[in-house]
Design a protein around this ligand. Sequence first.
Ligand SMILES: NC(=O)C1=CN([C@@H]2O[C@H](COP(=O)(O)OP(=O)(O)OC[C@H]3O[C@@H](n4cnc5c(N)ncnc54)[C@H](O)[C@@H]3O)[C@@H](O)[C@H]2O)[C@@H](O)CC1
Ligand SMILES: [K+]
Length: 552
Amino acid sequence: MTELLTAAQMRAIEQAAIASGEVTGLELMERAGRGVVEAIFEEWPELAPSWGPAPKPPEFSGQDEEGHRAVVLCGPGNNGGDGFVVARLLKEAGWAVEVFLYGDAEKLPPDAKVNYERWGEMGEVLPLTPQASLELAHRHIVIDAMFGTGLARPLSGLGPFLRDICDCVDAGGSLQLQERWPFSPPVVAIDIPSGICADSGRPIFDEAAAERIRRGSSPVCAAANLTVSFHARKLGHALALGGFWCGKVVCADIGISSQASRTLPRSELVKMANESGSRFKRNGHKYSHGHAVILSGSVGKGGAARLAARAALRVGAGAVTLGCPPAAVIENAAQLNAIMLRAVKGVDGFNAALEDDRINALCLGPGMGVSDESRGLIEAGLKSGRAMVLDADALTLIGRDALLFGMLHEKCVLTPHGGEFARLFPDLAETLAAPATTGPAYSKVDATREAAKRAGCTVLFKGPDTVIADPSGRCSINASVYERSAPWLATAGSGDVLAGFITGLLARGFAPMRAAETGAWLHTECALSFGPGLIAEDLPEELPKVFRALGI
Ligand SMILES: NC(=O)C1=CN([C@@H]2O[C@H](COP(=O)(O)OP(=O)(O)OC[C@H]3O[C@@H](n4cnc5c(N)ncnc54)[C@H](O)[C@@H]3O)[C@@H](O)[C@H]2O)[C@@H](O)CC1
Ligand SMILES: [K+]
């Protein structure tokens, strides 16, 4: 896990560092620009000075034919200031650099102004207006320094440039200097591609821009092959389509001592294992590792619950019982071995089962159906006060029933996907779906936090950017993006396995928020470990390998 920051948190960290006298704003800007240049040379070593002069562009007839060529697009704030530093450093490294400015140089903030003037001693600044001629094709690198964390409203007047930038990114951003001149140079975004909100990962655009999108014309934001951010990643790099727009994100150290705390799940898991020898079965008998009960649906509908049960057992619950209607016993008995089976006849049967106080975690919802009886079972489960995961059909029922919703308690974990979230929290889903017209925009983190507070329990809002929040406001993101991208996880039954992992961890004694975070993380780890071709059944079977790699 890595701590992600909002734009406001980053500003506060920066301001605190400056106020302490540790560093000046100008020094931070210099380090930021240097970090970008270093990241470029790291990503494309063939552009680093030690590689010597660049090959001649065959179709280029301007000056500085021998050198590497960059175009830097600067904006009216400190992101633009970083751009001027990059321009100067590349020029000092022998590059030919063209600099464009969007906005009025006189209105630049102080540090950006200083760097604008420093660049002014080395080269000219052309206005970035619709008349500007960019000719990106004849560059080695395009630097997007138009807007960063200060984006407040939709971009305007940049449409054609955004289109050119996105075309370059779409072309792959690879430098094939030995073969041919890169007609579509890589695009490097400073901090975040311009037009993307750093808090939400959503493009900021208004109705006029939305209309342009509908007509298939200019995009509303830039994209990048490489995004260089500073100190720590921002929420917008992980949420929504942030991963899509940013390409790859690297984080440059700008030497602020109050480092964002970084907690690796590996060390967290190992720490927890050490803290409680019994958690990962270092000692104790099976019931000291918890007993999870998962209710299944009627005949022919037991697959989802069986997947969840298998996952709960693999993740370490000491005992797992699948409770099913009497008519479904034969079907389930034919499929289960290590998982115990119990006929549960309606609500009374469930209440009788719950008299066993070794049962400490429940999972209700997968394949359960939305009948009145299912509603009664959920009510009984909630009344029992046990730690419980509510997924799938249980979420649909709770969304329809204010009484059930009101019974949710702090030991519950809700695991909705987008549609289920909208059924449970229609107003929050609507706010999240509305176009983001101002920055910082309402984000999935905002929505999940509000949902957890309202429900009074942990909410895990699924997606490639899974957000988990508890009622206290604590929040984390399990983003399957960049190096943790696992698109093959979108497969039938994968959500049931996640519900099972969380249930098993609850049975093991993990607190609800920690169970949800750990379950989501392990879910992605199993998918990454298995790779493409994965089906839901593979996820629990991959866990032993993942645990072994963690040293558990
Ligand atoms: N916070 C930090 O610790 C550091 C920040 N740095 C850089 O500073 C950036 C943030 O700087 P700023 O806060 O100046 O923000 P930006 O550079 O993102 O730009 C904000 C400026 O543009 C205006 N603006 C916002 N949206 C607009 C739009 N759609 N059209 C026209 N004007 C618009 C704002 O009113 C403001 O003047 C970061 O992204 C990063 O690149 C770095 O220099 C290093 C340190
Ligand atoms: K930018």
